[in-house]
Design a protein around this ligand. Structure first.
Ligand SMILES: Nc1ncnc2c1ncn2[C@@H]1O[C@H](COP(=O)(O)OP(=O)(O)O)[C@@H](O)[C@H]1O
Ligand SMILES: [Mg+2]
Length: 404
């Protein structure tokens, strides 16, 4: 099979490498990919416009296209590929709203009878101000923008003043509708499945680290690291998680919104059980770089027949640590420095890199990541951190507590 993965970061590299491990794969291309992936021997083709990608897939007789991120999923690519009989493994834009509209997601969660935070839909300023006044702040109030906000549309407000300020900011940046949610208390994890209509293969769990440092109120990022599997869930939790996927897929199928693609559940283990914070209609970055190296099953078999096979995962634990540019997550970053790698780690994933005159240079916030696999989380951590010490560029930064 000839497969194209669409995207340019570590997640897409991890997907491409998992596919390359399949005996069924005869060619795997990442579009556009990046020069770091190329150095690892992965074929990357730099085309960007949807029509050019479709043309490439036609002329190269590509059998399967896998979009990595939500922007591509929401583009008309699937529809255009379909005209030429090329399979695109992603949800149709209509059901991809599970991610791109938090209001739609909440409505579906409620209808499916899945545990989630209670919420109020706010349609105008007056309703918002009234709801804030009414809240007694014995627990925080969570304010959310409805649409895609690249991690910048959620505020967890502990007091009246911060709620008023965040509400003003939220409506200025994103407009209405807005969601107000009760604050869930517990530990967060992510769970992933490969889905087709009502069937799915459960892919596993991971825990990611979103903040730039150990302080839980520090700046939000695209993700600073992850480990897999999540070590604080029990058998009962696992059943609840699988039940969440069953319920959501059953309901969407009933509504003729058949889901096809990866499905990512953002979860919280609460006193009442496993609650859903949100769904994403793709794999996570960096969770994919932690999860897929553990996959022993043939990913192409899973993608061709979701739900027919169980995913076989290594019992080992993985730890993934992300290295970023100085200044990230602000726009004021220290870029274009040569990246030196003294000892090639077993598993390195490239994201924000470019080719300079002397080799790779850092060109984005999240530059690269290291995954280490070991018998237990302590050993995986130790290995990841000893490997990342061999990588240097001016101003490089990484969190020291992934998997702690
Ligand atoms: N109801 C809630 N209770 C507690 N924390 C929440 C709640 N909703 C969101 N959060 C926190 O905010 C983060 C971002 O919210 P999420 O809905 O996942 O939005 P996005 O990932 O699109 O920014 C979550 O990972 C979680 O830490
Ligand atoms: Mg989230």
């Amino acid at each position: 099979m000839k497969v194209v993965v669409l995207g340019q970061g570590g997640r897409e590299q991890a997907l491409a490498q998992a596919i390359l491990r399949s005996p069924k794969a005869s060619r795997v291309v990442v579009i556009p990919g990046n020069p770091g992936m190329k150095l690892l021997g992965i074929e990357c083709i730099e085309v960007n416009a949807v029509d050019d990608i479709v043309n490439f897939c036609r002329t190269e007789n590509i059998d399967l296209v896998i979009p990595g991120n939500e922007t591509v999923i929401l583009s008309p690519i699937k529809e255009k590929l379909k005209v030429y009989g090329i399979k695109c493994f992603s949800p149709d834009p209509q059901i991809a709203r599970l991610e791109s509209s938090k209001v739609f997601c909440k409505q579906i969660l409620q209808e499916a009878g899945i545990l989630t935070a209670d919420y109020q839909l706010i349609l105008n300023q007056e309703e918002g101000l009234q709801a804030i006044e009414k809240h007694n702040f014995s627990s925080p109030l969570v304010l959310k923008a409805d649409g895609l906000a690249q991690g910048k549309g959620v505020w967890v407000c502990k007091d009246l003043a911060s709620a008023l300020k965040s509400f003003e900011h939220l409506i200025k940046s994103f407009g209405f509708p807005v969601l107000f949610e009760h604050c869930l208390v517990g530990r967060e994890l992510s769970a992933f499945a490969i889905c087709q209509n009502e069937s799915y293969s459960f892919l596993g769990t991971a825990v990611d680290y979103k903040r730039i440092d150990e302080n839980p109120f520090s700046a939000n990022t695209g993700g600073m690291g992850a480990y897999s599997p999540c070590h604080f869930i029990e058998e009962k939790d696992q059943k609840e998680i699988e039940n969440i996927f069953s319920k959501i897929l059953k309901l969407t199928a009933q509504k003729n919104l058949n889901y096809q693609g990866f499905l990512f559940a953002g979860l919280m283990k609460t006193e009442k059980g496993i609650a859903v914070i949100e769904f994403n209609v793709r794999m996570g970055d960096p969770e994919t770089q932690a999860l897929l190296p553990r996959l022993k099953s043939d990913i192409l078999e899973l993608l061709m027949n979701p739900g027919q096979n169980r995913c076989d995962l290594s019992v080992e634990t993985s730890v993934h640590v992300v290295m970023t540019s100085q200044g990230y997550p602000t726009a004021d970053m220290n870029l274009n420095h040569k990246i030196s790698i003294n000892n090639q780690p077993d598993m390195i994933f490239f994201s924000g890199v470019k080719l300079g005159s002397e080799g790779l240079i850092n060109s984005g916030g999240r530059v690269l990541g290291i995954t280490a696999l070991a018998k237990d989380i302590e050993r995986a951590r130790e290995k990841a951190y000893s490997e990342i010490k061999n990588i240097h560029f001016a101003g490089s930064y990484f969190r020291k507590d992934i998997g702690l």
